[in-house]
Design a binder for this molecule. Structure first.
Ligand code: AMP
Length: 540
């Protein structure tokens, strides 16, 4: 028998309407690319979101259209999240740190119709313009006074799109599984793959994060998303914060320890979210100044494993560390490691042991670990296996990419994370390894296989491998091992120059070593395990 309750579709725009009504003075503070600090509230933002939505329709944006953004964390980017999805179009956030090749691929693959660009990134688009779809229109995210001189034709100005439009709107109706957001993530091979979020998955994710991290996401707290809006929806903060009544402090493009400290201090940020590399920078600044930023009490670390020393440094100063794990394909939150009351009483060292794990699952995400044959392993804290997930906030397939989608689900429809993990009887997840051949440097991916393919195109290279080696600042860096062909003597500089033609500078290997022969596995593949033992583990 069916129940008899109303069925209203879950929609993203309802989050900002709710915030405007319930937390009208909740703040959005932004460091602007124009150089100053901008302040607004949820009430004012809801009005501008309505104006933006009207403006988007006027310039021809229709349901299902992909509208891209290339921007830092700031209020205009936040408005785009709501304005675009509110009218049933898809907000496609692009990572400006990608190589030119990847960016060109992504914009063409997504068939973006409009591209909203921060002032800082206009030069990138000028360089790529001829490779982007001819009908793509560019909007610069500024006002008329700050519009740049540009070689781009037919450029629009963000503030002019909003100008004169009504400050209220009746949001259109559409099903809750309508696409709302698109975010590409690097694959081990080939091109980046798109995760296409729905209104339903996004709103449920906002609920999940508010109920599992309630002391951070609540009315009156001030949260700093250093995690970019172009990286998995800034881990869901643009949705979770308005739902809970927390204020958002957007840092713009200055993400060094000094700038972050100054902003946190001035804005009394309670909770800061980002990858370990950023917190190492902040911790250096804290150590130099001999004090914490005013009001700081909570840090959410994810994207890569949080080093014990980092957790220890914050916890010793009374800052709660919440270690979180997730993926682009999971919206992203999977687990979080705030401790239950009984574990908070543990001695400091034992608490750190616990906090080093990735924590317990959020509501709505199920996890299992399996062996190489797909047999389920016990959650005994000892067995380590391939980690699979399923849930309403997990992807069901990559955007327009059936080939890639085929490879990531098991027979029962669970998604393979590419992480290797153990789960203990209390539900704590510990990531122990990564089965996907990728390197994560400062929170951004580098594909080993892409680098290897480029190096292999050098006539003097017989074989090569790229592995991740631990790095105190970036967490991991790429390391290239080369076996030359016959008498050839390829030089390190030649190989780096070859790579530099195709990949972004920060993706270039720091080290290149030449060996007589690469170690092989029983099946004749290069044994990365052996290479990691030789070159990576010694560096830890
Ligand atoms: P992304 O899709 O770029 O957010 O990357 C997701 C991947 O980053 C995961 O599958 C893990 O390999 C890694 N990752 C994210 N958070 C953590 C964490 N807390 N500890 C270890 N690895 C992590």
């Amino acid at each position: 028998m069916k129940g008899l309750m109303m069925h209203r579709p879950l929609k993203i725009a309802d989050l900002i309407t709710f915030a405007a009504e319930n937390y009208p003075s909740g703040e959005i503070v932004s460091v602007r690319t124009e150089g100053d600090i901008h302040r607004t509230t949820y009430r004012e933002t809801a009005k501008r979101v309505a104006q933006l939505a009207h403006g988007l329709k006027k310039i021809g944006v229709q349901e299902g259209d992909r509208v891209a953004t290339l921007a830092w964390n700031g209020y205009r980017h936040f408005e785009l999240y709501y304005g675009i999805s509110g009218i049933g179009a898809v907000c496609h956030t692009i990572n400006p740190r990608l190589s030119a090749e990847q960016m060109i691929y992504i914009v063409n693959h997504a068939e973006d119709r409009l591209l909203f660009v921060d002032l800082t990134f206009v030069p990138i688009i000028e360089k790529l313009r001829e490779h982007l779809p001819a009908e793509l229109r560019v909007v610069v995210m500024t006002d008329r006074a700050h519009m740049p001189q540009t070689s781009l034709a037919d450029v629009l100005c963000y503030e002019e799109i909003l100008e004169g439009e009504p400050e209220d709107i009746v949001w259109p109706d559409f099903p809750e599984d309508q696409a709302a957001g698109l975010c590409y993530t690097s694959g081990t091979t080939g091109h980046p793959k798109g995760t296409l979020y729905t209104h339903r998955s996004t709103v449920l994710h906002a609920f999940n994060m508010c109920v599992t991290i309630p002391k951070t996401l609540c009315e009156g707290t001030r949260i700093l998303p250093v995690v970019p809006l172009f990286h998995v929806n800034a881990w869901g903060l643009p949705y979770g914060a308005p739902l809970s009544g927390a204020s958002l402090i957007f840092p713009g493009g200055a993400l060094d320890g000094k700038s972050i400290f100054a902003l946190m201090d001035q804005e009394k940020v309670f909770s800061a979210w980002g990858v370990p590399t950023v917190w190492l920078g902040l911790m250096n600044e804290i150590t130099q100044r001999g004090r914490l930023p005013d009001g700081f009490g909570d840090v959410v670390v994810g994207g890569s494993a949080a080093p014990r020393s980092l957790i220890e440094a914050f916890e010793a100063k009374g800052v709660n560390v919440c270690h979180a794990w997730g993926m682009t394909e999971m919206s992203p939150l999977g687990t979080q490691c705030n401790l239950p009351p009984e574990l908070k009483k543990l001695p400091f060292d034992e608490r750190l042991d616990r906090k080093q794990s990735q924590g317990r699952r959020v509501f709505g995400v199920e996890m299992k670990i399996v062996d190489d044959e797909g047999n389920k392993l016990a959650n005994d804290g000892k067995a380590s296996g391939h980690l699979y997930v399923r849930g309403n906030t997990v992807t069901s397939g990559y955007f327009e990419n059936p080939e890639a989608s085929k490879t990531v689900f098991d027979e029962d429809g669970w998604f393979c994370t590419g992480d290797v993990a153990a789960i203990d009887p209390d539900g704590f997840l510990k990531i122990t390894d990564r089965s996907k051949d990728l390197i994560k440097s400062g929170g951004e991916w580098i594909s080993s296989l892409d680098l290897e393919n480029i190096v292999m195109s050098h006539p003097g290279v017989a074989s090569c491998a790229v592995i991740a080696v631990p790095d105190p600042k970036w967490d991991e860096r790429p390391f290239l091992i080369v076996q030359a062909k016959g008498d050839a003597q390829p030089q390190k500089e030649e190989l780096i120059d070859l790579l530099a033609e195709r990949v972004a500078k920060w993706q270039l290997p720091d080290e290149v070593v030449f060996v007589d022969a690469l170690p092989l596995t029983a099946t004749g593949k290069v044994s990365k395990l052996t290479l990691r033992k030789t070159y990576a583990e010694g560096n830890e």
